[in-house]
Write a protein that binds this ligand. Sequence first.
Ligand SMILES: C[S@@+](CC[C@H](N)C(=O)[O-])C[C@H]1O[C@@H](n2cnc3c(N)ncnc32)[C@H](O)[C@@H]1O
Length: 252
Amino acid sequence: MQEYADIFNARGHLYNEASSSCPRARQRERDAVIDRMALRPGQHVLDAPAGGGYLADGIRRRCGGQVDVTCVEPAERFSQAIGTEHIVVVKPLAQTGLPGGSFDAVASLAGLHHIVDRNSVYREWRRLLKPGGRLVVADVQDGTGTGDFLNGFVDQHTPGGHQGVFFTDGELTQRLKECGFGEVTEDLIDVPWHFTSVENMIRFCRQLFAIESAGADETLAALRETVGVDQPEPDCVVLQWQLRVATANLDT
Ligand SMILES: C[S@@+](CC[C@H](N)C(=O)[O-])C[C@H]1O[C@@H](n2cnc3c(N)ncnc32)[C@H](O)[C@@H]1O
């Protein structure tokens, strides 16, 4: 299996290009995380793994620049798209080297499914959070159409494959409590991706996941069969993406 950093350094730029060509596609996914962070002006938050800074940009926009974001991204080349308004740390997620108790909130979007030993990451986030700090994790649930698309069609057609270790119902609650978090709530939620045309949806997904060995028709068929696609209006195409979202607090 090709080293993960090689994979993300190889295709991170495509991921970032897709995100900047269609910044609103994953808006509901990003909002679902930010809504649960209970952000207040003057706070310092961590986005990890940040990729090209998609979530960090949303946090900054939502808070009018009154919240500072530190982005931890292990893949150097992937991190190069992160805006200079954010603090960038290119380190492993479980060994950031950042000072303990320095963050009001930690947010993680669609990155943990590549990591097997997640408890070491949770323990690092616990170390980084202030007492009463908040953690929000959003990632793919096992057995959903979203998961079947990623570990099925994307795995077959992207260089290096895609073998995510997706979350089961209750896993986040159990693991986060094991790692010292207090109250944890979690749900499977709909976070549909929105596009103005079927062509835009196909182009976005092929670029985001670096789909090379399948064409537009095959990609569309796979999206329809696994994730689900609706078109309520001629210029409104909805990809029925779903994520499991957990919110946890550190005791004060
Ligand atoms: C799908 S991207 C998500 C990036 C960003 N949070 C977003 O929502 O756009 C997956 C992220 O997981 C990170 N990642 C993938 N495999 C990893 C691994 N084995 N260890 C640590 N991070 C990994 C990548 O560097 C990347 O930041």
